[in-house]
Design a protein around this ligand. Sequence first.
Ligand code: BG6
Length: 510
Amino acid sequence: MKAKETPPANIVIFGGKGDLAWRKLIPAFYNLFISGYLPEQFAIYGVHYEKMEEKKYEAHLLEGINTFSRTGKANKEQWKKFAARVFFFEGDFTAEDTFRRLSGTLSANDKEWKSRAVRLFYYSVSPRFIEPISLFLAKFELANDTGSDRIVIEKPFGSDLHTAKELNQLLTKHFKEKQIYRIDHYLGKETVQNLMAFRFANIVYESIWNHNYIEHVQITVAENIGVGGRGNYYEQAGALKDMIQNHLLQLLCVTAMEPPVSLDAEDIRNKKVDVLKSVRPLTKADMRKNVVRGQYGEGTVNGKKQPAYREEKNVNPKSTTETFISLKLFVDNWRWQNVPFYLRTGKCLEKSTSLIVIQFKPVPYNLFGNKIISDPRPNQLIISIQPEMETTLLFHAKEPGVKMVIKPVEMDFTYKESYDAPVPEAYETLLLEILEGDAAMFMRADQVEAAWKVVTPIMEAWKKEPVPRFPNYEPGSWGPKAAEVLIQPQGCSWTLLPENGITKNTIRKK
Ligand code: BG6
């Protein structure tokens, strides 16, 4: 849908001067604007509790675009047109007056535009403000049109199953479920959206996408950076709540879900919830064998000194928060019976890379014998979410020559080689979907709760178990040794994208 077809929109960002608005939201809206995706009539209000001059706010937002936008520095003309629609709105999130004034402003726009505009209320705020904002939006009937008024919520969505349920109850007291867009920005990533196309627009893979052909699945989201200035938040979260409960479980859902009957939001989300509900609950014994946690010590990453997690700003010097976790899960349904799903994520690892690896089973009978197949690694499909954005199929081929020698080769699909068009940022895609009222890529209440249920046994066990001796991995490594051991019974190890024609890290013993 392009600008002219999209209805007018009033966009309100609570936390309009915050980091998210600065780095992600405003650059994303700007890029949607210059690509012609925003409606003819729209206005963006950045709500912030402290007074700020309009000109200063503009300069602040421009700096954000110039620093973080994928399209580089803002174009002067385009910026002028865009900035004319963006306004600073001074207001305390806990004061009635803010919402009374907001109501007047939005209604005045509706009058001028001669139509009741779509309203998008973006909560880019600390969790304690969710309640007062919701209460006042309801009190002043600001989001009363359930067809066109939308509430957008960022993670963390609760801090456990109980608080997530409370939050869902609070929101659904004031708004209809279909109005609530719970964001997981991983679902807006181009390559994650493409995974749906890859799986459901092609016949070749779907028929082998099951336990008969797949030996195991690996999902890695690795980062080479530490927690930096986010110590306050991270101390409460840790890798389990920060990454596994949301991003990695969503990647698991897209990888393991059944084909939906349509692209309708409910059809897609039903299939994802089915995956989460099918995850086999971890027992006490599984906790010992199948879950590994770690915390980085001091060292170097890419030649740069990296302080230990416990020495980072706003981190307890005796912190027991995990900065790394890997685990083995099973999805108990017909398609995935006994196929292990290995998940791992961590900070300060060797490199930043997000991958989904599908490892296929070996051929039932090795006709060629081990002499001819010198490297008997199995077929693998490696889907790089970022940064490379490519899909690689690793399979066997005969090396040219008079003798039969079989070695693995790769078949690659890369965005760089296949497309000239620039790839949008996740937030651009997601914000446009919200404006268009398509909730397929957003979390429904039951989905968030089901994801919390998956990680609850781990949280419970960690409360009781003694903490491992932290720190237990060096920055620039691939995490604790035990994470390697976790996957070894499968006869292989964690896989990375092939470099120079060779998949690193995968060694099959048999
Ligand atoms: C966020 C986490 O949700 O995702 C961060 O809070 C993490 O800790 C980030 O760094 C990773 O996102 P991306 O898009 O950079 O892979």
